[in-house]
Design a protein around this ligand. Structure first.
Ligand code: ATP
Ligand code: MN
Ligand code: MN
Length: 314
């Protein structure tokens, strides 16, 4: 198995098992996974910065789950983590955990070297002193039930996007790289996680009321067939969502890929593989607006409060 020592951002990294196949269906190697993260870093890092990263690791690649190395969610930092990897502590009820944050290419490459194919993050970021800040984005996780095609899920996403727009929020779609779609909207930091969760939950309830045959806001799995479950729960401060631009540990190297509303409405919509995402890099980040345009509080507070008419924006 080939290995290599590289210097990135002034840090020396040992890359090992570079020709190991992590995605048997496509023959995608660890070298390709590392190269993907190094290249996508330019658009991915701004979304990851200062968020604690839960890693889903696939040391022996993706497959049927019987690989000797298994698949596991890693929260705490492993021993041997280089000291230049920045980290913050979260005091869980089960005890403290140190989480890495990624704000440089070297950290992303280090994560890829660990076969951390999936990077999951919450909707909030740490302040420089390690204090969790209020959420800077809202997420709605659209989970298609049995028999629902991605295109039909995208149609529901359009309705959710319109509802968010009615509340003053611009929605940005991401195909999850698995089955469904994630919708993000930027928040200006004036809502607590509880308030953001409430907004998302009420929005999901309103959409179920408007489209009872196509949408459910109820968590239980039964009754989801033929419908899209609008999962509001990932706004909870202790929950995570796979980061935009993360690879997925599915049979093919699909990516949680930002999409335009236009392509979402075209026939034949499908998940994108990493090569397709790299081809789009010259076009820039479709989620750039998520970072530069924190949406105004006044209009969506009215949604939370159930007001019939939006409050005037001061
Ligand atoms: P799909 O499109 O298939 O729904 P998804 O990524 O949206 O893909 P979900 O099952 O809808 O998957 O979302 C569940 C989320 O909960 C995951 O994305 C992950 O962030 C989080 N999660 C699940 N299990 C764990 C765990 N053990 N530790 C940390 N986070 C977890
Ligand atoms: Mn989902
Ligand atoms: Mn879900």
């Amino acid at each position: 198995m080939s290995s290599e020592r590289v210097a990135i951002d002034g840090h020396e990294l040992a890359l090992t098992n570079l020709d190991k196949v992590l995605y048997p269906a496509t023959g995608t190697t660890k070298a390709e996974v590392i190269a993907y993260y190094a290249e996508v870093a330019q658009v991915m890092l701004p979304h990851l910065r200062q968020r604690p990263i839960t890693r889903k690791r696939y040391p022996d690649g993706v497959g049927d789950g019987t690989e000797p190395g298994g698949v596991f969610f890693a929260k705490n930092l492993a021993e041997g983590t280089p000291d230049w990897v920045r980290r913050y502590r979260i005091e869980h009820r089960s005890g403290p955990n140190d989480y890495p944050v990624a704000d440089d290419v070297a950290t992303l490459v280090w994560l890829a070297q660990l076969a951390a194919l999936e990077l999951h993050v919450p909707q909030w970021r740490f302040a420089a002193d390690g204090t969790p800040q209020p959420p800077d984005r809202l997420v709605l996780d659209l989970d298609p039930g049995e028999g629902v095609e991605l295109g039909a899920c995208a149609e529901v996403a359009g309705w959710v996007g319109e509802a968010l727009a009615g509340a003053g929020l611009t929605a940005f779609p991401v195909t999850s790289g698995s089955k469904g779609i994630h919708l993000y909207a930027s928040l200006d930091g004036s809502l607590s996680t509880e308030e953001a969760s409430t907004v998302a939950h009420e929005l999901a309830n309103a959409l179920q009321a408007a489209h009872p045959d196509r949408v459910t806001s109820v968590m239980r799995r039964s009754g989801r067939d033929g419908k899209v479950f609008l999962d509001w729960s990932q706004n909870n401060g202790s929950k995570t969502t796979v980061s935009p631009y993360s690879l997925r540990g599915r049979e093919r190297p699909w990516v949680a890929a930002p999409r335009s509303w236009d392509e979402l409405s075209r026939p034949g919509l499908r998940q994108l593989e990493f090569g397709e995402v790299l081809e789009r890099l010259p076009d820039g980040d479709l989620l750039a607006g998520l970072l530069t345009r924190p949406d105004r509080l006044a209009t969506y507070r009215s949604l939370r409060d159930g007001a019939k008419t939006p409050e005037p924006v001061p």
